[in-house]
Design a protein around this ligand. Structure first.
Ligand code: IVH
Length: 683
């Protein structure tokens, strides 16, 4: 059993990763509920072992300071987060804490009179918090929450939101900061996706992430096309304004100034009515044209709010009651089995399309054989489907009252649907496997991952080509990527001389990828990009990693015992060692880049993200990227709103267009040289 300190470290690392996915990439990997569970576990452990609390623990702050590509705005009044209640008991416990605190005076004496509190309930809008500053009634600045202290300046983008007045009604004070939520309404989201589909473009996954992406566009004219909306719900700094006595009065004043305030506000003196109200909101959530993920309950009286104050993270006078993830029913058309790159056979449901949790769902995982049995879902059933955030949807249960008479229980197939070999379920394990290492589905999965952007990043080696090469027997494992029979490929339809040459060049260049990329590409269980980079920078080369003991692996800061054991075991399996030997023969780089201080170049590109496209005369593309990385920058394969600059050589193509669309500066080779030398971007 791991000690609390190891688990705390592991939890902090995980939460850090998910924070990054959520806040920086706008691409959460796990549902909010799972994230909250991690945070809850960490809080509980820290409460039990207060000595292990550190100032930079995720429990002590609102969110990580993201890498700003927008100008920074320091909030004059910090933008706090809210604590959550996941069920009615937690909600009630919060109200009792509030009442107890109010009943206890400074000397710890309980007062004779029980305190009376008016509670205000608002919807918890599922969007992004922004703070909008008006001076003399005019909108002068808008900022995201960021880490709560410092946010990003998104003034130009917020100005494009129709709901947000550029000028307040008469009587506005010299300074007023309005806090609220920017969101994308459901009909606006659907219209946007319909337009994307009509244009043959990729559709967006859910309204929240789309709103986030839209607000952080470099080019405000793009934001303007997104039909974002806004609800105001709080004040930040106010200079010489009226002094409302309660939250309800604040909301009335905001509305009077011309700001949009949602009408579903309710106030109660009896907390039982608050509980009844959240239940009613839950029932009615589908009637709204925007997504909510809860109800925010606030103490109405502002003097009382002040006396309750804040914890490090959140106000004591408010709580977010989180609604359980949305559920919908639909028809289970069939149960199929997919084979993962590691051979795992996962049953999944084919569903009649249903809109749930903000997107249309047509398939949902059923996890494993036991889950199908436990849930007793059968092809033909009407089933309840749930989706939290934008994660993989889940089939919860059948609606038995609707079950047709003749439905047979589903049985797990005995043969792999891809290769026909037996499917095996090891004793005591929940998962079933296809153990055929050469199963085409597994081979494809391994190679697809190896060539993917986060791993060896081999351009032109996407899913379709992998399918083709494996299907034609040209490729049967990842090492084979480096000994492709290009003459044969050149004979195929659709492969001109140039495309074969490009492929050859892309494969050759990928040999030089840093060791961390290679390690990630190998799909060692538990080794994601962060762990892969950690292994590479700690062991410096494959030889040393191969000979590392479990203890040496565990000694690496950031590696828990589970990961250490997994890496160690993977490196002992003969077919993996054989694969590594073949990668070595193929001339793949097995060394981490040097960090000898004498060789160290100045980190002039720290925090920058520089994308390279087209053909440069002085550098190969990969060489240019290596120069960027060596100077502390990042060099992703595609242009996004977060890109600092695009270096464009001859024939820039789609990346160039994208950069122009997003207003990302485009550099020629001469400007690139200057950038490498001193980190300077041209004016
Ligand atoms: S009040 C100091 N009210 O929820 C209190 N927040 O989980 C500040 N949110 O950062 C927040 N609806 O983005 C408040 N009616 C509402 C809200 C709301 C949505 C968001 C907001 C906040 C987050 C906290």
């Amino acid at each position: 059993m791991d000690g609390p300190s190891e688990r705390i470290d592991e939890l902090r690392a995980l939460i850090g990763l998910h924070d990054e996915r959520y806040h920086e990439a706008d691409d959460p990997e796990i549902p909010d509920a799972d994230y909250d569970a991690l945070l809850g576990e960490l809080k509980a452990l820290e409460a039990e072992y207060p000595d292990l609390v550190t100032p930079n623990s995720p429990t002590q702050r609102v969110a990580p300071a993201g890498r700003a590509t927008f100008a920074e705005v320091t909030h004059r009044v910090p933008m706090r987060s809210l604590d959550n209640a996941f069920d009615v008991d937690e909600l009630q416990a919060w109200s009792e804490r509030v009442l107890k605190r109010l009943a206890t005076d400074r000397d710890g004496e309980e007062s004779a009179e029980p305190p009376t509190v008016t509670w205000v309930c608002e919807l918890k809008f599922d969007g992004l918090a922004v703070s909008i500053r008006y001076e003399d009634g005019l909108l002068v600045q808008a900022a995201t929450r960021g880490d709560g202290q410092v946010g990003e300046d998104v003034t130009a983008n917020v100005r494009t939101i129709a709901d947000v007045p550029k000028r307040l009604a008469d009587g506005a004070p010299p300074v007023v900061e309005v806090r609220g939520e920017v969101y994308l309404g459901l009909s606006a989201f659907e219209a946007l996706n319909a337009a994307q589909e009509a244009a043959g473009e990729k559709t967006y996954v859910n309204p929240r992430n789309t709103a986030a992406g839209s607000l952080r566009q470099k080019d405000a004219t793009v934001t303007a096309t997104r039909d974002l909306s806004f609800w105001a719900y709080q004040l930040g700094e106010v200079v010489d304004g009226p002094e409302p006595a309660s939250h309800l009065e604040t909301l009335t004043w905001l509305a009077k100034l011309g700001l949009p305030v949602d009408g579903h506000v309710a106030s109660f003196d009896d907390f039982n009515d608050v509980v009844a109200h959240v239940g009613a909101v839950e029932m009615a959530r589908h009637d709204l044209d925007f997504e909510i993920d809860g109800v925010v309950v606030k103490v109405d009286d502002l003097a009382t709010q002040e006396s309750l104050g804040f914890t490090a993270r959140a106000p004591r006078w408010a709580i977010a009651y989180k609604l359980p993830p949305e559920e919908r029913t639909t028809r289970l058309l069939d149960i199929e089995v997919s084979i993962g790159p590691g051979g795992q056979a996962t049953p999944f449901a084919r569903l009649e399309p249903v809109f749930v949790g903000g997107s249309t769902v047509t398939a949902a995982t059923l996890h494993n054989a036991d889950q199908v049995v436990a849930k007793d879902v059968r092809p033909g059933d009407l089933v309840v489907v749930r989706k939290a955030g934008d994660v993989i949807p889940e089939v919860l249960r059948p609606v038995l009252s609707e079950r047709p008479d003749d439905l047979e229980p589903w049985t797990f197939p005995t043969a792999c649907p891809a290769c026909g070999e037996p499917l095996v379920r090891p004793d005591g394990e929940a998962a079933t496997f296809c153990n055929n290492y050469t199963c085409p589905r597994q081979v494809r999965g391994r190679i697809e991952h190896f060539a993917s952007r986060g791993a060896m990043d081999i351009e032109g080696f996407g899913e379709q080509r992998v399918d083709l090469f494996v299907g034609e027997g040209l490729l049967d494992d990842v090492a084979g990527v480096f000994s492709l029979d290009y003459d044969r490929i050149a004979d195929w339809d659709g492969f001109g001389e140039a495309s074969v040459e490009n492929l050859r060049r892309a494969v050759d260049t990928s040999r030089e990828r840093p060791l961390g990329r290679l390690l990630f590409g190998l799909r060692i269980p538990h080794v994601g990009t962060t762990v892969a980079d950690l292994l590479a920078s700690s062991f410096r080369n494959l030889d040393r990693l191969e000979s590392a003991t479990v203890d040496e692996l565990e000694a690496v800061e950031g590696l828990g015992p589970v990961i250490a054991a997994s890496v160690h075991e993977w490196l002992r399996q003969p077919h993996n060692l054989d694969l590594l030997a073949r990668l070595r023969i193929a001339g793949v780089n097995l060394e981490a880049p040097t960090t000898d201080p004498d060789d160290q170049v100045a980190q002039v590109l720290d925090g920058m993200s520089i994308v390279v496209t087209g053909t440069l005369t002085g550098y190969g593309r990969e060489e240019a990227r290596a120069f960027i990385v060596a100077r502390g920058g990042r060099s992703p394969g595609s242009v996004s709103a977060k890109t600092t600059a695009l270096v464009a050589g001859e024939g820039g193509g789609s990346k160039l267009t994208r950069a122009e669309e997003l207003g990302v500066p485009v550099l020629d080779e001469a400007s690139f040289e200057r950038l490498l030398a001193n980190g300077e971007l041209p004016d």
